[in-house]
Design a protein around this ligand. Structure first.
Ligand SMILES: [Cu+2]
Length: 154
């Protein structure tokens, strides 16, 4: 009787040892998996923030690019008291950006009563307008009546 129980005890101890090994293995695998996961995340995070920084820099360097998202944009330069180009044909929802290259103030005043415009564009300043309906929009400079331009929205 005593021999039998000794064997049983030994078997149990063996089983316990095996069980302990399995648990240790599982714990090791879990730790390794967690470590791998953390390492992958550490690798990914700097890449993501690099991309974000590049995007932010791009926006800062090229602020005029923002209205292009909704439609194309066109430049009209004001140089030597002339609108250049003086006539511009665009499509609906295109944006026109006037830039004053001169050293004096100009206005962008639309001929039609009640039309929008810009009363005083300082040297180096810009004014942008998105045209959302078809038509011919003639404009001039209030200060220099010889300055005339037209935007045709097709
Ligand atoms: Cu002017």
């Amino acid at each position: 009787m005593a021999k039998r129980s000794k064997k049983k005890v030994m078997k149990r101890t063996k089983k316990k040892k095996r069980f302990g090994l399995v648990v240790a293995l599982v714990v090791l695998i879990v730790i390794a998996a967690a470590g791998a996961f953390l390492l992958t995340n550490w690798d990914r995070n700097p890449t993501a923030s690099d991309e974000d920084q590049q995007n932010n820099l791009g926006e800062l360097e090229n602020p005029i690019a923002i209205p292009i998202i909704s439609g194309q944009s066109y430049d009209v330069k004001i140089e030597n008291s002339e609108f250049n180009p003086s006539e511009l044909i665009i499509s609906i929802n295109n944006t026109v950006i006037w830039t004053n290259m001169d050293s004096v103030v100009h206005t962008i005043t639309f001929d039609l009563e009640g039309e929008f415009g810009f009363p005083g564009l300082s040297p180096g300043g810009t004014y942008s307008k998105t045209f959302d309906s078809k038509g011919t929009y003639s404009y001039h400079c209030e200060i220099h009546p010889s300055m005339k331009g037209t935007i045709v929205v097709q």
